[in-house]
Design a protein around this ligand. Structure first.
Ligand code: NAD
Length: 508
C-alpha cells in the first residue's frame, strides 16, 4: 500500500485578481454567475483542476455568496410567471436551438470535459452527444405533454387534467457527468415551464456553466435560468434551503441526499433524489462468456468506475467462474491507464485527490478484510503525477464485507461466487442500494425471472449495468433514489403539478 496522496478539494477561494487558467499560463477570466440575466463576477473563484495534471487549473468560475443565491432565487421568482405563460412549443424551440449550439461545440466541450473530469475523450464525446439527445427529447416534450379528459358522472361536465410547472426549482448536480446530468435536469425543468436556480458541482463546474450558457444563448428570457457555484455546504445549503424553492432535483451522495430529505420533509419542498449504487452483474453458467467479460469490464472500469450505475459486484455461478475470472483479469489487466486525451488510453484518472484518497482507503479496508487481490490495488505512475489508479479486482469477496457492500466509486470489482440465480438474487439484494443490475444468460426463463425479482430500478439482460436512454425513465430503488424518476415521460411527474379541472355550465 502506498500512503494516501491527496490535495485539498477544490474550493471557493478569494482571488486577489485574475488567476492563471489553462496550461498555457494565459489569464482567463472566471466564468461569471448568471443572475437574472446579469453576468456577475464576485471576486472569489472556484478552480477546476485537471486530474491528469493536478497543478493545472483548467478554468475558473465565480464563487457565489449566500446573498448571490438569494438574488438568483428572487430573479427566478420574478421570471417564473412569464415563463409559465410561454407556450410549450415556444419553450421547445429554445431547447432545440440549445441542442444545436451544444452540438456545434461538441468537440470543444468534450475536450474541456476530459480536462476537467478526467474521463477519456471518447467517453466525453459520448457524454456531450447524450446531452444533445436529452435536449432534443425534452424540446419535443414541451409540445407533447398535456393532461387528459375523463368521463364525468355528469353528462354536461367537462372533467380534465392539465400539467402545470412547479414554479421555481433548484438543480444540484455531482461532478461525474458535468454536462449530461445538468441537462437531464435542466431540459425537463425548462421544457415544463419552471424557472431554475442551478448549482453544478464545485469539483467540475465548467461543464454546467457551458451548457447553461448555451441555453441562455438559445433565447431563454432573463431570470429563467440562474447559475451559482461555490462552497458545497454553504452554497448547496443555500440553494436547497431557499424560501422561494418549489422543487429540488438533486443527484449526488446518499449522505447529502439524506440531509436534503430531512430538510424537505420540514419545508414540504417537492424533492427528487438520485444517489449511489453498488451494482451487481450476475453471470450464469450458460452465459456468452466473451460478451459477459467485455460488458463487465466496460461497466466496471470505464469512466474509471465513477458512474452511479458502474458495476462493482460480479456474482458468478460455479460452472463458469474460473473461465470468467481468468478472462476478466486478462481483459482488465490489458486496459491502458493514462492521459485521457490520448486516444490509446482506456482509463483516465480519478477526478480528484479526495477521490484518490477515498480509493486508497478502500484498498486499505480490503487488505484488512483479507480479500484476495487478483489485479491492481495500486497507484499508477505511468503518466505523470495525476490521480491515476489501476483497475483492481478482488476474488472471493464476502458479500457482507465493506468491499462487498459499500460504494467505492472507482475502478474496483468484487467477484463473489454464488451457487445459482436464487443465491445471486439474495446477494444482489444484500446492500442498501438498488440502482442497476444485470444478468448474463441465454435462458429467457431465467432472464424474465431476474427482471421480475431483482430489486433495482434499472435492469439489464446481456448488457452492462450503465447506460440510459433519454426516452426511458431512470432511477433506483432503496437508498439509491427517492421521490420521482428522471427522464422519459417520468420527468414530467416531478417537474409539474397535475391539476384536475371540473367545468359545469351555469345553472340559470
Ligand atoms: P456529493 O453529494 O458530495 O455532491 C453532490 C452535489 O451536492 C454537489 O453539487 C455538491 O456541491 C452539493 N452539496 C454538497 N453538500 C451539500 C449540502 N450540504 N447541501 C446541498 N448541496 C450539497 O456527491 P458527489 O461526490 O458530487 O457525486 C458522487 C455521488 O453521486 C456518488 O454517490 C454517486 O453514486 C452519485 N451519483 C448518482 C447518480 C444517479 O443518477 N443515481 C448519478 C451520478 C452520481
Amino acid at each position: 500500500m502506498t500512503s494516501p496522496i491527496s490535495r485539498p478539494a477544490p474550493r471557493a477561494r478569494r482571488a486577489p485578481g485574475r488567476r492563471p487558467a489553462g496550461d498555457g499560463g494565459q489569464a482567463t477570466a472566471a466564468l461569471p454567475l448568471v443572475i437574472g440575466g446579469e453576468r456577475r463576477e464576485t471576486g472569489a473563484v472556484v478552480e477546476s483542476r485537471d486530474p491528469a495534471h493536478p497543478e493545472t487549473v483548467v478554468g475558473t468560475v465565480a464563487a457565489a455568496s449566500p446573498a448571490d443565491v438569494r438574488d438568483a432565487f428572487a430573479a427566478a421568482r420574478a421570471a417564473a410567471d412569464g415563463w409559465r405563460r410561454t407556450p410549450g412549443p415556444a419553450r421547445g424551440e429554445i431547447l432545440f436551438r440549445a441542442a444545436e449550439i451544444v452540438a456545434a461545440r461538441a468537440e470543444q466541450l468534450a475536450t474541456e470535459l476530459t480536462r476537467e473530469e478526467g474521463k477519456t475523450l471518447r467517453e466525453a464525446r459520448a457524454e456531450v452527444a447524450r446531452g444533445v439527445a436529452v435536449l432534443r427529447y425534452h424540446a419535443g416534450e414541451a409540445s407533447r405533454r398535456g393532461g387528459a379528459v375523463y368521463p364525468s358522472a355528469s353528462h354536461e361536465r367537462l372533467l380534465y387534467s392539465v400539467r402545470e410547472p412547479l414554479g421555481v426549482v433548484g438543480v444540484i448536480t455531482p461532478w461525474n457527468f458535468p454536462i449530461a446530468i445538468p441537462l437531464w435536469k435542466l431540459a425537463p425543468a425548462l421544457a415544463h415551464g419552471n424557472a431554475v436556480v442551478f448549482k453544478p458541482s464545485e469539483v467540475t463546474p465548467l461543464g454546467g456553466f457551458r451548457v447553461a450558457e448555451a441555453l441562455i444563448e438559445a433565447g431563454l428570457p432573463d431570470g429563467v435560468l440562474n447559475v451559482v457555484c461555490g462552497d458545497p455546504e454553504q452554497i448547496g445549503g443555500a440553494v436547497a434551503g431557499d424560501r422561494e424553492l418549489d422543487g429540488l432535483s438533486f443527484t449526488g451522495s446518499v449522505r447529502v441526499g439524506d440531509l436534503l430529505r430531512r430538510r424537505a420533509a420540514e419545508s414540504r419542498v417537492k424533492l427528487q433524489l438520485e444517489l449511489g449504487g453498488k451494482n451487481p452483474v450476475i453471470v450464469l453458467d450458460d452465459a456468452d462468456l466473451d460478451l459477459a467479460v467485455a460488458e463487465t469490464v466496460r461497466g466496471a472500469l470505464h469512466a474509471t468506475g465513477q458512474k452511479c450505475t458502474a458495476t462493482s459486484r460480479v456474482l458468478v455461478t460455479p460452472g463458469i467462474v474460473d473461465a470468467f475470472v481468468e478472462r476478466l483479469l486478462r481483459a482488465a489487466g490489458a486496459l491502458r491507464v493514462g492521459d485521457p486525451l490520448d486516444p490509446a488510453t482506456a482509463i483516465g484518472p480519478l477526478v480528484s485527490g479526495a477521490q484518490h484518497a477515498r480509493f486508497e482507503q478502500y484498498l486499505a479496508v480490503a487488505a484488512q478484510e483479507g480479500h484476495e487481490l487478483a489485479l491492481g490495488g495500486r497507484r499508477e505512475r505511468a503518466d505523470g503525477d495525476g490521480w491515476f489508479v489501476s483497475p483492481t479486482v478482488y476474488l472471493d469477496v464476502d458479500p457482507a464485507s465493506r468491499i462487498g457492500r459499500e460504494e467505492v466509486f472507482g475502478p474496483l470489482v468484487a467477484v463473489m461466487p454464488v451457487d445459482d440465480l436464487d443465491a445471486a438474487l439474495a446477494v444482489a439484494d444484500a446492500v442498501e442500494f438498488g440502482l442497476s443490475a444485470s444478468l448474463f444468460t441465454r435462458d429467457v426463463g431465467q432472464a424474465l425471472r431476474f427482471a421480475r425479482e431483482v430489486r433495482a430500478g434499472m435492469v439489464h439482460v446481456n448488457s452492462e449495468t450503465t447506460g440510459a436512454e433519454p426516452q426511458a425513465p431512470f432511477g433506483g430503488m432503496k437508498a439509491s433514489s427517492a421521490g420521482y424518476r428522471e427522464q422519459g415521460d417520468a420527468a414530467a411527474e416531478f417537474f409539474t403539478h397535475l391539476k384536475t379541472v371540473n367545468v359545469d355550465p351555469p345553472r340559470a
